[in-house]
Design a protein around this ligand. Structure first.
Ligand SMILES: Nc1nc2c(c(=O)[nH]1)N[C@@H](CN(C=O)c1ccc(C(=O)N[C@@H](CCC(=O)O)C(=O)O)cc1)CN2
Length: 290
C-alpha cells in the first residue's frame, strides 16, 4: 500500500507533472508582477494534525518556488468557531491575500461547512465554498477543487482517454469524490462515472467494470489486484496516515494488473498543491483582464 509500485504498470508521476506546472506558473506570476499585480496565498491551520501541518508547510514552500507571497495563520487546537471566523474575516479583508484556504479536517468542535461558507467566494483558492461548488454543478466558471483538477490533469498528461471511459470513484468526500464526479461528467471530459462509497454493495464488482479507478476512501488496502480490470488506470488518492507516513487505498499487487498506476506519495498529492497555486494565479489573471 502506498510507496513506489514495482509491477508492470506505467507510473503516473505527479512530481514531474507538478514541476512542469510550476515552471509555467513561475512565468505567469512574473508577468503579473511586471504589471504591478501581486498574488498572495493565505492558509488557516487549526491544531497540530501532523498530515495537515505537512501539507500547509509544503504549500508555503511551493509559493516561494513560484514567486507567490504567502500568509500563514496557525491557530491552537482549542480555537472556537467565533475565533476561527474572526481570522477568516481578517483574510477576507486583507488586500495582500488574493486567495486562501482553511486546511481540512478541522478539530471536532468546529463546523467545517460554516467555516467554508464564511470565506469570501472570490478568495476561495480551494473551490470548496458552497457557491463555487454550486457553480460547478450548473456548469458556470468557478475555481475548481484542487485534487480533482490534479486527477484529471494527471490522466490527460499520460493520454489516458476520458471521453466514453467508465470511471469508478471510491469515496464521496467534498474535497475529492463528489466534485471529481461532477467534473468528469462535464461535456469536456465526457466520462461515465459510478460514485462508490463505504456503503456500496459488491464494491469489487463495481470496481472491476472500470476503465479508470480513483480510490479516495482513506481505507488502506481497500483496492486489491483481483478488483482491477487488466490494463485499467488506477489513481490512488487515499490519505490515511500510518506509522511511516501517508498510506494509500491501493494494495501493492495492483501494479501487476493495472496499465497505469499513480504512486502514493508522489502521485496526485503534488498536483493538489500545484492546482491550489494555479487557482490563485488564474484568478489574478482574470482580474487583470477585467
Ligand atoms: N482545504 C483543504 N483541505 C484539504 C484538502 C484540500 O484540497 N483543501 N485536501 C487534502 C489534503 N491536501 C491538501 O491540503 C494535500 C494532500 C497531499 C499533499 C501532498 O503533497 N502529498 C505528498 C506527500 C506529502 C508528505 O506527506 O510528505 C504526496 O502525495 O506525494 C498535499 C496536500 C485534505 N485536506
Amino acid at each position: 500500500m502506498g510507496g513506489v509500485p514495482t509491477g508492470s504498470a506505467t507510473l503516473l508521476d505527479g512530481k514531474t507533472t507538478r514541476d512542469e506546472i510550476f515552471t509555467d506558473l513561475t512565468a505567469r506570476v512574473a508577468a503579473l508582477r511586471a504589471r504591478g499585480i501581486a498574488v498572495g496565498l493565505g492558509t488557516v491551520l487549526v491544531g497540530a494534525d501532523p498530515g495537515s501541518a505537512t501539507y500547509v508547510r509544503l504549500k508555503h514552500s511551493d509559493c516561494a518556488k513560484v514567486g507567490i507571497a504567502s500568509i500563514r495563520r496557525d491557530l491552537p487546537a482549542e480555537t472556537t468557531q467565533v475565533e476561527l471566523h474572526a481570522v477568516i474575516d481578517e483574510l477576507n479583508a486583507d488586500p495582500a491575500c488574493t486567495g486562501y484556504l482553511v486546511q481540512l479536517p478541522l478539530p471536532k468542535q468546529l463546523d467545517e461547512s460554516a467555516a467554508l461558507e464564511r470565506i469570501d467566494p472570490v478568495k476561495d483558492a480551494d473551490g470548496l465554498h458552497p457557491r463555487n461548488l454550486g457553480r460547478l454543478v450548473i456548469g458556470e466558471d468557478a475555481p475548481l477543487p484542487c485534487t480533482p483538477r490534479g486527477v484529471i490533469h494527471l490522466l490527460r498528461r499520460y493520454h489516458i482517454p476520458l471521453d466514453g471511459a467508465h470511471v469508478v470513484i471510491v469515496g464521496r468526500g467534498i474535497t475529492v469524490g463528489r466534485p471529481l464526479g461532477l467534473m468528469l461528467t462535464r461535456r469536456s471530459e465526457n466520462a461515465t462515472v459510478t460514485l462508490c462509497h463505504t456503503g456500496t454493495r459488491d464494491l469489487a464488482d463495481e470496481v472491476r467494470r472500470a476503465d479508470i479507478v480513483v480510490a479516495a476512501a482513506g481505507a488502506p488496502g481497500l483496492i486489491t489486484a483481483d478488483m482491477i480490470k487488466p490494463g485499467a488506470a488506477v489513481v490512488d488518492v487515499g490519505a490515511a496516515r500510518g506509522p511511516d507516513g501517508r498510506v494509500g487505498d491501493v494494495a501493492a499487487d495492483v501494479a501487476d494488473v493495472a496499465g497505469y498506476l499513480s504512486p502514493n506519495p508522489g502521485g496526485v498529492g503534488p498536483l493538489t498543491r500545484a492546482f491550489l497555486l494555479t487557482n490563485v494565479v488564474e484568478w489574478a489573471e482574470k482580474q487583470a483582464a477585467r
